[in-house]
Design a protein around this ligand. Structure first.
Ligand code: G6P
Length: 607
């Protein structure tokens, strides 16, 4: 889950690497480093801490050179110390490496090298790679890298710099993302596109078991056995302004506020006046008719979107749907038939467990669709089809706009399936489409209540535990709201299906346990009200997220946040907005590092 970057060209590499690392910091932020080739030797500066700590150190050194590599780390093997930070050098100081991934057989390789007299300076798995490259080097860097890779079990995206061949960088991937940026007289390597967007929008997606060599004005790719590969250059439709904070205090706040336009963008071109057009997926209607079951596989916030999706596919398209956390799905031997459809949801398109779940489903004969945000990401290349979220780059580690884009994409897909399978009437379809068009306005109306949410955060930020309750299609939103609060404010928050409260969590309720409840005016309104009363009777402070105009709720709730009235299926997308804002403001009042919460990473590329 680390981020790697590489540069070779005509400019000083140091500022390019540092800027790229800032843009990759969401991938890991416990230590960082860069290596520059300068005066025929490799200079390394690295440290435990964040990129800003690295930047301070770099300023004290004379780090000038036109090629280099950099790394931002999320520790797996070895604690976040200066010594374990990347880049790592071989024993001769002629080779430097940065690595994202895990080498599973590093212990065996390390003892083999130790018996040959190699002294290790870190506890990382990565150091074995560079020591092996050094051992196998006999005049050609890419050959030494290829020979080394054949000895590794595990996952990697690596970039290698060497004094032996100073006008070249060699990189490779297996299981961890890697892109090559093609410039004019300069080339870039990175874990993710935003890192190189200020310099080029022409990218090549490196695939598993490919090795790439870059020089200032040329690049080539070959496989681990030395066979050359023909690769396509893609033009990325993101620009670098999309990866700036745009005046907001945090990326997360910017991304929360973008959600109206993000949803418009997800729907654009796919929702017609009175119809839905997902012909971009190139799926035969017959296939949709024949689906007997849907499996949704995802992690984290994307999993919560999947739980909402289940309600939509079952309600509108009448297709039984199971939703699994990907890390569970991959090991539970699910009963997948060739008539099943697997939907893998992933903002990054690189989450290791989601990818493994998708592969498992495909191996069992399932057709698959990815709902992904990052163009060219692994999941988009492995799924049979991809429905892009079109949310633009999401930088805040806690996902917000990708979630509302995922919900919008699920609305589209479920509606399309229902239309093809004739499980809804024309009138219903038209009503749903009208509502979909309104969604961005409803989201913007919720965002306008930000000052009230901020006041509420002032009132509640000092509590240590929260219970989030909801029923039906809103239960996943309670889960998402609790997750947001946990991950960025570090306050414990638990979500429960409101009807289940009496089977356990009610024992926790007292005046020190605020209860946030989603109580929209839908079919389950009266049921949720009863649950609220149960909590109130036990002295809970109740924060209700309720439908505008619901005055009755005033006699139950301590505090109320109103959302616009929408049909039942659309409450998730409006209800989530105040919950995102609540988590944000609580975390901000507490002074948390909102865009980079402790121990988390945006893209989890390890199991
Ligand atoms: C990490 C991120 C979450 C995200 C989850 C799944 O845990 O911190 O924000 O929801 O991974 O990521 P994906 O890219 O697959 O949606």
């Amino acid at each position: 889950m680390c981020g790697i970057i590489g540069y070779i060209g005509y400019r000083n590499a140091t500022p390019i690497l540092l800027e790229g690392l800032y843009r990759l910091e969401y991938r890991g932020y416990d230590s960082a480093g860069i290596a520059i080739l300068s005066d025929s030797r490799i200079k390394v500066v690295k440290t435990a801490g964040k990129i800003k700590d690295l930047e301070k150190l770099v300023k004290e050194e004379d780090m000038i050179g036109s090629s280099g590599i950099g790394h931002t780390r999320w520790a797996t093997h070895g604690s976040p110390t200066d010594a374990n930070a990347h880049p790592h050098l071989d024993k001769t100081g002629r080779f430097a490496i940065v690595h994202n991934g895990i080498i599973e057989n590093y212990k065996e390789l390390k003892s083999e090298l130790q018996t040959e007299g190699v002294h290790f300076t870190s506890e990382t798995d990565t150091e074995v790679i560079v020591q092996l490259i050094s051992k196998y080097y006999s005049g050609n860097l890419e050959e030494a890298v290829a020979r080394t890779l054949k000895r590794l079990d595990g996952s990697y995206a690596i970039a290698v710099l060497s004094t032996e061949e100073p006008r070249k960088l060699v990189a490779a991937r297996l299981g961890s993302p890697l892109v090559l940026g093609v410039g004019e007289g300069e080339m870039f390597l990175a874990s993710d596109v935003p890192a190189i967007l200020p310099y080029t929008r022409k990218v090549v997606y490196v695939e598993d078991r490919e090795i790439v060599v870059i020089e200032e004005s040329s690049w080539w790719v070959f496989d681990i056995n030395g066979n050359y590969k023909t690769k396509q250059i893609y033009f990325v439709d993101w620009d670098s302004s999309m990866v700036s904070r745009g005046g907001y205090k945090h990326y997360m706040l910017k991304e929360i506020n973008e959600q109206g336009s993000v949803v418009r963008n997800t729907l654009k071109g796919r929702l017609k006046e009175n119809n839905i057009d997902l012909s971009e997926l190139e799926i035969e209607k017959e296939l949709i008719h024949n689906i007997d079951k849907i499996f949704i596989v995802a992690c984290g916030t994307s999993y919560h979107a999947g739980l909402v999706g289940k309600h939509l596919f079952e309600r509108w398209a009448k297709i039984p749907t199971e939703v699994d956390i990907a890390s569970e799905f991959r090991y539970r031997d699910p009963m997948i038939s060739p008539k099943s459809l697997t939907i893998a949801i992933s903002q990054s398109g690189e989450t290791a467990d989601t990818l493994a779940g998708l592969r498992e489903a495909k191996a069992k004969g399932s057709f698959s669709i990815a709902l992904a945000n990052v163009q060219g990401s692994t999941i988009t290349r492995e799924a049979h089809r991809t429905l892009y979220l079109k949310a633009g780059p999401e930088i805040g580690v806690a996902s917000t706009k990708a979630f509302t884009a995922q919900l919008s994409a699920l609305y589209l897909l479920a509606l399309w399936f229902a239309d093809v399978r004739n499980t809804i009437s024309e009138t219903q379809k038209e009503a749903i489409i009208r509502e979909l068009w309104q969604l961005p306005y409803h989201i913007e109306a919720c965002l306008a209540f930000a000052p009230q949410v901020k006041e509420l955060a002032q009132k509640y930020y000092h509590y240590s535990n929260f219970l989030y309750l909801a029923r039906g299609i809103n239960y996943p939103i309670a889960m998402e709201g609790a997750l947001k609060l946990k991950e960025i404010s570090y306050i414990h928050a638990e979500a429960y299906a409101a009807g289940e409260m009496k089977h356990g969590p009610i024992a926790l309720i007292d005046e020190l346990m605020p209860v946030l409840v989603l109580v929209p005016r839908d079919r389950l309104y009266a049921k949720v009200l009863s649950n609220i009363q149960e909590a109130k009777a036990r002295k809970a402070k109740l924060i209700a997220v309720a439908t505008e105009g619901d005055d009755a709720i005033k006699s139950f709730a301590t505090d109320i946040l109103y959302v616009p009235e929408v049909p039942e299926e659309f409450y998730p997308i409006v209800n989530v907005i105040p919950l995102q804002l609540f988590a944000y403001y609580v975390a901000d009042i507490l002074g948390r590092e909102i865009d980079q919460p402790r121990n988390l990473a945006k893209s989890v590329t390890v199991e």
